[in-house]
Every structure is written in C-alpha cells, then in structure tokens.
Design a protein around this ligand. Structure first.
Ligand SMILES: C[S@@+](CC[C@H](N)C(=O)[O-])C[C@H]1O[C@@H](n2cnc3c(N)ncnc32)[C@H](O)[C@@H]1O
Length: 452
C-alpha cells in the first residue's frame, strides 16, 4: 500500500542490488528504489511496503548519478524490457559485478574469488527469443509490445526494440497490422476478456532462421491459418509458424494445443561445431553468441578428461552436455520439459554424439529413483535455484567436482552456503554477461570435494 509522504524525503542511492533496485538507508529504514543508480540524489514522494520490503517512488532526481547517460532507446524507461540501457556498457558490467558481490554478503570469503566479468559479444540486438504481449493503447487500438515496467497488465507500444533483430521488429509490426485489420482484441490479463495474448519470435542467429508462435485464448483456426499464410508470404525466410491455444488464466503455462500453421516443427541453431534443434517451448539460451562464450567457459572451468563421467542437471536441450561429450567418457542429462529432452535426443543424433543419454523428469525425483554415478556435476538451474531436497540428493552423489552455472546470484548464494556446509570448497567464480542492458548476470562457480 502506498503512503504518500507529507514532506518529500531526500535520499542518496548507495548501491544497486539484485533486480536492479537502488538501495538507500533512510530514517524510515532501508529503502529499495526502482529506476535509480548509485550516487543518485533523489526526492522521494511515496513509500510503500510489499512482502515486508520498503520501496520508494522518485519525485525528482536532484543530482543524477554519474552512471546515467542518454538512452539509445526511446521506449526506456517506460518499457520493462531493459533496466539500464542508459548506462554505458563498461559501467553496466561494474554494476552487475557489484550486484553479485552484494548477494554474497553471507559468504564474504567468496568475494575476492570473483574473476573479471566476461562481456557479451553483442550489446544490442542480441536476443534470439522475444515474448511480446498483445495489449490495447490509449485509443483502444490493438498493439503488440512489451510489458510496461512494473505492470503485468499494461503493454508499452514498441516502434523499435534494441534487444531484438530488425527482422523480428518487422514481423511484430506485420502481425500487429494483421490482427488490427481482422478486428481482433487483446486478452486482458485482469478481466480475462479478449483473445490475442502473445507473439513469441525465436531466431537462429547463426543460421538466419525464425520461428513465430502466436498465442491466443480462443480457437479460430481459419483466421490463424490465414495469418500463417500471409506471414510466410511476406517473410519467406520464416522457417516455422505455430498457433498456441492457451485458455488458462495464467500467462506462462504450457498450451492446451499447439498447431503447426506453416513450415517446419523446429529451427536449428549452430553453436561452435554443433547444431541444435529448437522447438517452440524448449529452453535455449537467449543470447546465441553469448552462449558460445558461456559454454566454452564452462568446458574450461570443468577441466574434463576422457575418463570423466558427467551429470548435466537442468540440461534444457542438452547443449552443455553435448558440448562436453566429445571430451569425456559419458554424460547424463536431466531435464523436466519433455519437448526439451526430445530435442536433446535429436541434437545428439544430429551431431553423431553417442556417449550421452537424457532423462526426462524433475531432478529431485530422478535422483531418488535412478541410480546415477558421476564424478563431475554441471548444474544450471532456473532462477529459483535448486530445491533443498534436490540439493541434498546432489550432494549425496559425492561428485568430486561441481560446476554451478547460475542466473540468479541470490539463490546461488543460498545454495553455495549449503554446498560449503556439506564440505565442498569453492575454487573459482567467474561472471558472464548474457543479458546486456538488464540487471541479469550469469555466474560460473567451480567447487570441489575430497571425498575419501
Ligand atoms: C537455466 S535453464 C538451463 C538449460 C541448459 N543448461 C542450457 O544452457 O540451455 C534451466 C532448465 O531447467 C529446467 N528445469 C527447471 N526446473 C527443473 C527441475 N526441477 N528438474 C529438472 N529440470 C528443471 C528448465 O525447464 C530449463 O530447461
């Protein structure tokens, strides 16, 4: 609930913390302030509490932080896609490194271990997947854009997105015009009225292929087929067009029905010497050029040999395991999304890699049911990190080396604490930027254990 201040309060932002929030100490307590940078002197007009945390709303920037510069994107800061596109890239890397250091507060001995952050090969137009939302503008017209910053139910109209390729920008514009002319409505996430929900565009950066997935709440096969044909005619380079029916109230659930409208069932990305199939709902690193750097770094960090048996946990489409397989004895990948492990099997066949297998299921359950031995574990969990029971079972495997790849330094710090308590020692920690212009940062931590 918001509590407007009778007299605006002056504060100075001390640091940026996880989620890209500015932190300031005030007489009211620690305040987290969105859209601010270290060194900003601010006038705060509102304070509000969410889940026990105090947030401040800026009335005016009194003295801007030296981190602030001009944004190349006209939609910033209204659009929720980027949180720091107005910060110069080397400064973004400093802020991200400091966020990780801040998250390691309970494990200060690890801070000195952080090696310099590896930059992303591309700073703009690097994403190979964009999940646009349908919405309605102030004139009541259907639009396709990105969620407004801090709003799950409002869409920011986009002219040009600096995260996505020019081709993807054009496909979005074409789709917007098509569904406006068809008299379609956007699904309202609050009232659940309307039809069109999302437009997902996936691209292969190294093979110039694209996949388009139109997500709607209602079935209207004739209209979607017409859209598929018109889109393919306008953009012959699109490899694959799907319609996804999602009648649920929540946005990010798997579809009730997925129908191929045009072309192939997947696109193919090339990373290094390997080819990867990508299906509509399989996880694939969203920065292809960055992924090549990340995977090389993981291989080097793991220092594998031909006698190693590797477990690739949370393996998605099997990319890390497939990268490592030629250099080790055997790899087992575990992933809960069935379409991702199906892709992983196909990827192994396509790349003629035989010393690998993939198991579909929840890491926690699979480790309970299936006897698995591995002397090296690579684990790349989602943002929530590793569930406590799953982590206990991972520790129970008694692997001498663990490479923990994390996209959330908060949950990583929690999991590393447990790993250290169980006898693992952190040997190295390297950061990598896979998501320029956002607060996200990837960390690769190597741990070892001298099991008797
Ligand atoms: C950060 S992604 C890593 C994917 C892969 N390592 C890569 O680089 O492409 C996390 C993956 O974990 C999967 N996942 C999430 N929770 C899981 C669980 N409890 N058990 C198994 N897989 C899970 C997700 O579907 C996703 O593919």
């Amino acid at each position: 609930m918001k509590a407007p201040l009778t007299t605006p309060m002056e504060v100075t932002v001390e640091k940026m913390v996880y989620k890209g929030l500015g932190l300031a100490h005030t007489p009211r307590g620690v305040l987290f302030i969105p859209n601010t940078y270290p060194g900003d002197k601010l006038s705060i007009c509102d304070i509000y509490k969410k889940k026990g945390v105090l947030y401040g709303e800026v009335k005016k920037v009194l003295t801007p932080s030296p981190f602030r510069h001009t944004s190349p994107c006209t939609h910033f800061p209204k659009c929720g896609g980027c949180q720091m596109i107005d910060v110069r890239y080397p400064d973004q890397l400093t802020l991200k490194t400091n966020i990780v250091k801040d998250c390691l507060g309970k494990l200060p001995h690890l801070i000195d271990m952080i090696q310099p952050i590896i930059p992303s090969p591309d700073v703009v137009y690097y994403r190979n997947k964009m999940d646009y939302a349908f919405g309605t503008d102030t004139d009541g017209q259907l639009i396709i854009g990105l969620k407004k910053r801090g709003h799950f139910d409002k869409v920011c109209p986009i002219e040009h997105c600096h995260l996505q390729s020019e081709a993807s920008n054009t496909i979005r514009q074409f789709t917007e015009t098509f569904f406006r002319e068809a008299g379609e409505t956007a699904r309202n996430p609050v009232t659940h009225e309307g039809n069109c929900r999302h437009l997902i565009i996936r691209e292969s950066k190294n093979n110039a292929q694209a996949m388009v997935i139109l997500v709607t709440a209602k079935a209207n096969t004739a209209l979607y087929q017409k859209y598929g044909k018109a889109l393919k005619l306008a953009f012959p380079e699109i490899q694959s067009i799907f319609h996804s029916l999602n009648t649920s109230q929540g946005d990010h659930t798997f579809p009730d029905k997925l129908s191929l409208l045009e072309g192939a069932t997947h696109i193919t990305e090339t990373l290094g010497a390997l080819q990867f199939n990508i299906s509509p709902y399989s996880f694939f690193q969203t920065n292809s050029h960055g992924a090549e750097v990340l995977y090389k770094e993981i291989c080097e960090a793991a220092q594998v040999t031909k006698t190693d048996t590797v477990l690739d946990l949370y393996c998605g489409t099997g990319t890390i395991g497939l990268y490592l397989a030629p250099h080790v004895k055997f790899v087992t990948g575990i992933e809960e999304v069935e379409s991702a492990t199906e892709d992983a099997h196909r990827n192994a066949q396509m790349n003629q890699i035989q010393n690998i297998r993939f198991i579909t299921g929840n890491v926690k359950n699979i480790l309970k049911q299936t006897p698995i031995t591995a002397n090296i574990i690579i684990m790349d969990p989602p943002r929530a990190g590793i569930a406590p029971k799953a982590l206990r079972r991972i520790i129970g495997l008694r692997a001498k080396k663990i490479v923990y790849v994390s996209c959330n330094p908060n949950t990583m710090a929690r999991d590393l604490e447990q790993l250290e308590e169980s006898g693992y020692t952190v040997q190295s920690m390297r950061l990598m930027d896979m998501f320029p212009n956002t607060y996200h940062v990837e960390t690769i931590t190597v741990l070892t254990h001298n099991f008797a």
